[in-house]
Design a protein around this ligand. Structure first.
Ligand SMILES: NC(=O)c1ccc[n+]([C@@H]2O[C@H](COP(=O)([O-])OP(=O)(O)OC[C@H]3O[C@@H](n4cnc5c(N)ncnc54)[C@H](O)[C@@H]3O)[C@@H](O)[C@H]2O)c1
Length: 285
């Protein structure tokens, strides 16, 4: 949990838009200095302007978190500008609507490498740093309600977010057992008004749409249209992120902001029905 942001050095990925931008600006409002990262480097300057206007230190970095060497670049730049990291927010993520038999493997890799592998790459580097620092540190992994429940569409998005939740739970348990100075929380939102519907525009070069019938199919073309409509009619960003900041200050692993999913989550199983902390690992010994 984070109760004090003053003077803290925070790194936020995917900060050029939506949830990442709102979290970065919200942390600056509460007193943190920021390193903001995005694959679209040009999206960062307007966000940096907002942070500077709050009188906080801010650095920007173009990087693709789906690549291990780019996560190393983020770590190296963090050390160059701050020499430490108190708060790490792994937020960058993408979505794709392809079905199980239609989605090209390259899109499976793109979504998994962005939504799951990036969390590995970043935590592998930042956990040892934070442990060496020794004082209270925090990692916030932005997952999704799609990591807690499943629906009949977007199998690659749902399964990637389930993997991201499971990874964070494993790390939470490992760190708890060690009595680590690092706390981990995960944000699992339902729909929020952001630009996630336009994720296709943020594809790294190596996953660019190629000459495959899928990329001219109605399924491919209609997905962003459908998702844009849903997102445009969903929870407002600012109010939702205000709730996140309230919960970041509490001793709870799961940060949930969309009550309408409560019934579905509870139907998943009794062990996590309160959705505060992961299942006690001693139950399995
Ligand atoms: N908006 C929602 O309804 C919703 C719901 C549940 C979970 N989420 C999750 O929230 C996170 C943020 O999404 P958002 O809704 O703010 O979307 P968004 O598209 O507005 O912002 C995502 C940002 O991540 C950046 N990004 C994408 N791929 C990247 C990469 N490889 N490396 C670095 N940056 C990259 C994009 O350029 C963009 O600025 C994602 O992980 C998403 O899955 C969003």
């Amino acid at each position: 949990m984070i109760t004090d942001y003053a003077g803290k050095k925070a790194v936020v990925t995917g900060a050029g838009s939506g949830i990442g931008e709102a979290l970065a600006v919200g942390m600056a409002e509460r007193g943190a200095d920021l390193l903001i990262v995005d694959i679209r480097g040009e999206s960062l300057e307007p966000v940096a302007e907002k942070i500077r206007a709050l009188g906080k230190e801010v650095y920007t970095l173009q990087a693709d978190v789906s690549l291990e060497e780019e996560c190393q670049k983020i770590y190296d730049y963090t050390m160059e500008v701050f020499g430490r990291c108190d708060i790490l927010v792994n937020n960058a993520g993408v979505s794709s609507g392809g079905g199980i038999t239609t989605i090209p493997p390259r899109d499976i890799y793109w979504v998994y490498e962005t939504n799951v592998y990036s969390h590995w790459y970043m935590m592998r580097r930042f956990i040892p740093l934070m442990e060496a620092q020794g004082d209270k540190c925090e990692i916030l992994n932005v997952c999704s309600i799609a990591g807690l429940v499943t629906l009949a569409n977007s199998p690659v998005y749902f399964s990637s977010k389930h993997a991201a939740v499971a990874l964070s739970e494993c790390v939470w348990k490992t760190l708890k057992q060690k009595g680590s100075n690092i706390d981990i929380q995960i944000f699992c939102p339902g729909f929020i008004q952001t630009n996630l519907w336009d994720a296709d525009a943020y594809r790294p070069e190596r996953f660019a749409a190629v000459d495959d019938p899928y990329y001219t199919s109605e399924e491919f073309k209609q997905y962003p249209v459908r998702i844009k409509y849903v997102l445009d009619h969903s929870a407002p960003l600012k109010e939702t992120i205000d709730k996140v900041f309230d919960m970041l200050g509490k001793d709870q692993f799961f940060i949930l902001t969309h009550d309408e999913f409560d019934g579905l989550i509870r139907a998943q199983g009794v062990f996590q029905a309160d959705m505060i902390q992961p299942i006690d690992p001693s139950l399995f010994q």
